[in-house]
Design a protein around this ligand. Structure first.
Ligand code: SAM
Length: 358
């Protein structure tokens, strides 16, 4: 049995090769429980403690974590089965290299923030998946107060949860942001209009990289306020423009429009509308950038893209998906952009599709 001693992809107990898909299946069906165990270990700072004290004994960990010994035993066993924690011959615990790299650090891009958001906001909604997909609406939204049609707008009623959500989103954005910032595509941008710019994380990083650039971050009012709070260091070059993407006009004056993790929230018709609005405010030669998750062109690959698409349809907006890049290219051409192309190979299944206004 996988998880009972067979190495991944190695021979089973009878010497027969283990089918990797079957092995993945066995991991997958246990993953919801194991996911929660990993988040609990993060909350209890098990990975951080083992980073400072590799090889710590159970007793040392127990003293550091301060929960009932039996609870810790159960949790450590669960996390060890994932391979993220290892035990030495003396029974001491240490982080596996992947845990040391991914789970021990505690900065603004920490997986702790990302997974806390997934556990508190995303994953509870997935128990409603059959119902929501069959109905074709994001009916899991009824767990959030308000009557607005998207999660983004409803979170304004719950500032604490909204902060968890944006901390999680901005931490995950940071994971793929360096690659975007370093593309060189933004080197000649003078004034960026960052549509759905969230708490300003992306704009702040782009401005830090390009001292001659300024940015207007357009987002709903409660989120624009988060950006005002969070981005003091770039405040002189970031302007916040609270508003609604559909109801309000895009502010003029930018020579580039960025949609980072935004268009995937919406339907094809709405995306066409937003790209047309971008086209209308840009000067000739102005560029539009669409950055985010892309499903593979044949729509068979991309775990992160698949998770995002399900989350959007069950909870966030009731539509949209991590569209393959060719869809964005087609919509850009339809909106009147030229020289449309996609740069691929960014982390976490990301792509950057670029178009120029003739
Ligand atoms: C997935 S987040 C992306 C944030 C940021 N661009 C990034 O890459 O991390 C989507 C953003 O779109 C904003 N948004 C969604 N619907 C909106 C609307 N109707 N008007 C303005 N902003 C909206 C949300 O508030 C949220 O900040």
């Amino acid at each position: 049995m996988p998880g009972q001693g067979s190495p991944p992809g190695g021979p089973g107990p009878d010497g027969a090769a283990v089918d990797p898909v079957a092995e993945r299946f066995h991991f997958l069906v246990n993953a919801p429980a194991l996911f929660n165990a990993v988040v609990t270990a993060l909350e209890w700072d098990v990975f951080g403690h083992l980073s400072a004290h590799p090889g710590a004994s159970f007793e040392e960990l127990h003293a550091a974590v301060g929960v009932p010994a039996h609870s810790l035993r159960v949790l450590l066993h669960a996390v060890c089965t994932t391979g993220l924690l290892e035990r030495g011959p003396d029974g001491g615990y240490r982080n596996a290299p992947a845990a040391a790299e991914l789970l021990a650090p505690d900065g603004p891009d920490s997986w702790r923030h990302i997974l806390t958001g997934w556990r508190e906001i995303y994953y509870p909604a997935f128990s409603r998946m059959s119902e929501a997909l069959a109905a074709g609406t994001n009916l899991a939204l009824d767990a959030h107060p308000g009557d607005e049609p998207t999660l983004y707008r409803r979170l304004a009623h719950d500032p604490e949860r909204e902060a968890v959500f944006h901390r999680s989103m901005s931490a995950f954005t940071l994971k793929s942001l360096d690659a975007l910032v370093e593309t060189g595509e933004f080197a000649t941008v003078r004034h960026l209009l960052d549509i759905g710019g969230g708490d300003g994380t992306t704009s702040a990083r782009l401005l830090a990289r390009h001292p001659g650039m300024r940015s207007t971050v357009f987002d709903i009012p409660s989120v624009a306020q988060l950006a005002a709070d969070a981005k003091a260091e770039a405040r002189d070059r970031i302007r916040l423009h609270p508003g609604d993407l559909f109801a309000d006009p895009f502010p003029p004056g930018a020579d580039a429009v960025l949609f980072s993790h935004v268009l995937e929230i919406f339907s094809a018709g709405q995306i066409t509308e937003l790209l047309a609005k971008a086209h209308a405010v840009l000067p000739s030669g102005g560029r539009v950038f669409v950055y985010g998750y892309n499903a593979s062109d044949d729509e068979t690959r991309g775990w992160y893209s698949a998770r995002l698409s399900l989350y959007l349809n069950v909870l966030a907006s009731g539509q949209g998906m991590a569209y393959p890049a060719r869809d964005y290219e087609e919509w850009m051409r339809r909106a009147g952009f030229d020289a449309v192309r996609t740069r691929t190979g960014y982390p976490y299944e990301h792509g950057l599709t670029i178009g120029t206004k003739p």
